[in-house]
Structures are given as C-alpha cells and as structure tokens.
Design a binder for this molecule. Structure first.
Ligand code: UD1
Ligand code: CA
Length: 455
C-alpha cells in the first residue's frame, strides 16, 4: 500500500445496539448522560471531527429512543437496526446496505466508549495507509475481560477474546479497545466469513484481523492511553467516567484562562464554552448549550443551561438561567432569579427574586424585586416586551401578552394587564385606606374572645 496522497473518504459506524444489562436501567445505555449529554454524543462528536462522508449508527436495544437522540445530535447520520444482538461482527454487518455504494475506509466506534480523541482516530487513519486493518489497542492495567492482541512485532496476527484465550494468551497485557479501521468493502467481505464457534456463540468483529491475515492482508495495532478506551458498562463506571470527564474539562478551562476559585466544585457539560478571564465561582452547574463570554462573572450556586452570557454580565449567586436566556453586556441577574426564553438588554438589572420568561427587556431597564412575567395562561405562552430605561416596581405581575414602552414605570405591587405607553407610570393596585385606631380596637376584641374561651 502507498503511504502518500490524501486519505480515502471515511465512513464511521457507531455500535449502539447492545443491551447494557449491567447498567440495571430502563434507559438504553447510549442515552445515559455523561457531561450533560447522552453517552453516544461523545462518540458522534469524535466521529464528526474526522469529517466523515457518512455516519451509520447501529441501534437495537431501545432503538426508537436512541434513534431520536441521534436525529437530534447528528441529523445527517443514518441509523440501521440490529434486531437481535448476535455480536459485534453481526452489528457491523447491519451497516453494509447503508455503505453498499461507499468507496473508502470505515472506522468502527462504540457508543459506550466516550473518551477516544480525534487525534487517536487520525492516527488510526494514518496507520491505514500502511496496513489493511488497523485496530486500536492499549496496555491494560487489568486485562480482565478484554480481547487480547496477538502481535508479531508491529504486525497484528489476530485478536482472541478473553473467554477463548489460552492462559499464555491471557497473560498478554495488550488489549483490544474495540475500534477498528479498514476498507469498507474489505471489512464487509471478511465479516461474511465470521462464524459463531466461540465461547460466547457470537459473531465477533474481532475475528476480522485473523481472517484478513490468513488471506495475506496485513494488520496492525496502534496504542493509546487506557483512559481513552474506557468503556462504560455499569453505573459505577459511568460515575468514574463523569469524574474523569469533569477533571479534564476543568483543567482545559483553567488552561484557557478561565478563573475558578474551586474548580473541583464546578460541573461542565460537553459543549460548555467559557471565554478568557470569565470568573466562575464555586458550585456552578453548566447544563448543555451554554456559552459565557470573556470577563463575565458567574457567581456561586448558579445553574445554567441553553443560554448565553455576554461580556461583563454578572449572574447570581443562586440564579437559574434556562434555555433561551440571552443575557446582554454588563447586565445583572441576581439571587433567586429565573430567566427562560428571554433577552435581557445591555446593562439591564433583574437583581432579586424574579421570574422572567418569554420576555424581552430593553437596555438599562431595572426590574424590581419579586417581579413575575405571568407568561402562561394554562394553555398558551405569551410574551412580555419591556422597552429601554423602564423601571418596574417591586412585586409587579406582568400579565402577558403585555408591552411596557421605553422609560415607563410600574408602581410596586401592580398587576399590569394592559400595555403601558412610553414614559407613563402604570398603577395597577387597590388604593390604600387608613382607619385610625382600628388596629388597637381589633386586637383588644380578639384577646377578649380568647380569654372568655379559657374561663
Ligand atoms: C468487545 C470486544 C473486545 C474488546 C472490548 C472493549 C468483541 C467480540 N469483543 O467486547 O475484544 O476488548 O469490546 O471494550 O468485539 N454491540 C452491538 N450489537 C451486538 C453486540 C454489541 O451493537 O450484538 C455494541 C454494544 O452496544 C457496545 C459494543 O458493541 O457498544 C461492544 O459490545 P460489548 O458487548 O460491550 O463487547 P465486549 O464484550 O465488551
Ligand atoms: Ca463492553
């Protein structure tokens, strides 16, 4: 084979049909969350960095739910079903029709192996220029149930599953990660030769290198750190994987110039993006889809998901930003404030105890403590539109749909059901009446009633 020229087009097959029995869960294993996103999102993310011509996901157990997640995460991926889980080789064969007209390489990934890096996949792709079949291996601290790589120098002769290995073969520390790269049509042809005469009675993908070598093809293994090949089979392994994921993300954030006083208490999602010199205080949780610009400050105990925080904004402590919250430059979102599907303009302030949902708040407006956008009538959601330089008095109920014009005000405690014109003060509450001496007379009467009951 030639080792020059551009690499052939690549297709990725992601195996995601297995039951994941050891998770002890009704949720299919690829949908358990790691870094705030489904496990399979990590494999799809690594795959997408290869710029593959096709991604084929093999689904089976919980296929409807897994396919829905794939449609959401990677809409261009094709899903094929493996109705019975007869082994990894059988799973890859299910992708053959989807690749029948494909010329190029295929790389097989597992949905439950989230830490393989794009660099490792590129290294496999590069090794394919010199060998027909490339397997990703690692030196296992505890080889246990992994397939063993039987090597002669840098040549891979075959893979033997732990269950089928002799004691000498079991002593090999070189293990199979499960990832494999080969020409698509060669792989499918060799899989046609795979049988089930093994300890598990399954069609093993791992028979492919041995079958290829028997035909005169060449196989090799490239090695990566064991941490990258970590497979998730149980909730305990998922928890360990989450810890590993979080420490890697925290280190990456610190390297990128993000300030964190207690990084070990901050939880990131796979796609969290935080700019340089942003300051993340302790106990902040990032759900998926959050971007925080340089110089913003996220104060302690804040929870964010699906939102954007612009430069100079200060969020929290104890704030909750939900999907669709767009916080403008230098805006302030204070304690016990929830924001959902709302734009908060530059320099606007929502400092205390408020719910802002389905709303637009203009620049420099001030939203008083306890303000609520009453956005839901029990059936439909409605929008609240607040102009710039508006002063909303404390405990205002804004019954949407409603608009407050620029530089308008609302009196504290108002229930605003009608639009407020620019510059107007809206008062929407009962007028106060003072009754002189009535408080004392009332208390005396109540005490007398209580005393008469005791006697
Ligand atoms: C497999 C390898 C083993 C390797 C190990 C690394 C085989 C025969 N063995 O073993 O050499 O060391 O991975 O973790 O390939 N799957 C399907 N359909 C099936 C069976 C599996 O889609 O019929 C999927 C699973 O969902 C999973 C992946 O393939 O994502 C691996 O399957 P699993 O049963 O975990 O393989 P291992 O026994 O761990
Ligand atoms: Ca496994």
């Amino acid at each position: 084979m030639s080792d020059t020229g551009t690499p052939p087009p690549i297709a990725v097959i992601v195996l995601a049909a297995g039951q994941g029995t050891r998770m002890n869960s009704d949720l299919p294993k690829p949908l358990h969350r790691l870094g705030g996103v489904p496990l399979i999102a990590h494999a799809l993310q690594a795959a997408s960095l290869l710029e593959p011509a096709r991604i084929v996901v093999v689904t089976g157990h919980g296929a409807d739910a897994v396919e829905a997640a794939v449609a959401d995460l990677a809409p261009w991926a094709v899903c094929v079903r493996q109705d019975q889980q007869l082994g990894t080789g059988h799973a890859v064969v299910q992708a053959a029709p989807a690749l029948a007209d494909f010329t190029g390489d295929v790389i097989v990934l597992y949905a439950d192996t989230p830490f393989v890096t794009a660099e490792t996949l590129f290294a496999m792709q590069a090794a394919r220029r010199r060998h027909d079949i490339v397997v990703l291996g690692f030196e296992a601290a505890d080889p246990g149930r992994y397939g063993r790589l039987i090597m002669a120098g840098d040549r891979l002769l075959r893979i033997v599953e732990a269950k089928d290995a002799t004691p000498e073969e079991q002593a090999t520390p070189l293990c199979n990660s499960g990832l494999m790269a080969a020409d698509a049509q060669v792989l499918m042809r060799l899989l046609g030769k795979v049988g089930t005469s093994n300890a598990a009675g399954e069609y093993y993908l791992t028979d492919v290198p041995g079958l290829g070598v028997a035909e005169g093809l060449t196989a090799t293994a490239i090695l990566c750190p064991e941490a990258q090949t970590l497979g998730i089979n149980s909730r305990a392994e998922l928890a360990l994987a989450e810890a590993a994921f979080q420490s890697a993300r925290r280190a990456e954030m610190l390297d990128n110039g993000v300030a964190m006083q207690a990084p070990e208490t901050v939880i990131f999602a796979q796609d969290t993006w935080v700019g340089r010199d942003a300051d993340i205080e302790p106990h902040v949780v990032f759900g998926p889809g959050v971007t925080v610009e340089s110089g913003a400050r996220i104060r302690a105990f804040t929870h964010l998901e699906g939102c954007h925080v612009s430069a100079g904004a200060v969020i929290g402590p104890y704030a909750r930003l939900r999907p669709g919250a767009e916080i403008g430059n230098d805006a302030r979102i204070g304690n016990f404030v929830e924001v959902k599907e709302a734009q908060i303009g530059e320099g606007a302030k929502v400092n205390h105890l408020s719910y802002i949902g389905d709303a637009d708040i203009g620049a420099a407006s001030n939203i008083g403590a306890g303000t609520i956008t009453c956005n839901y009538d029990g059936v439909m959601k409605h929008r609240t539109t607040i102009g710039r330089d508006v002063f909303v008095g404390s405990n205002t109920m804004l019954v949407a749909p409603v608009r407050l014009g620029d530089q308008s005000m609302t009196a504290s405690g108002s229930v605003i059901t009608e639009d407020v014109t620019p510059g107007a003060l809206a008062i929407g509450r009962a007028k106060q009446v003072n009754k002189p001496g009535l408080a004392i007379r009332l208390m005396d009467r109540l005490r007398a009633i209580k005393a008469s009951k005791k006697g």
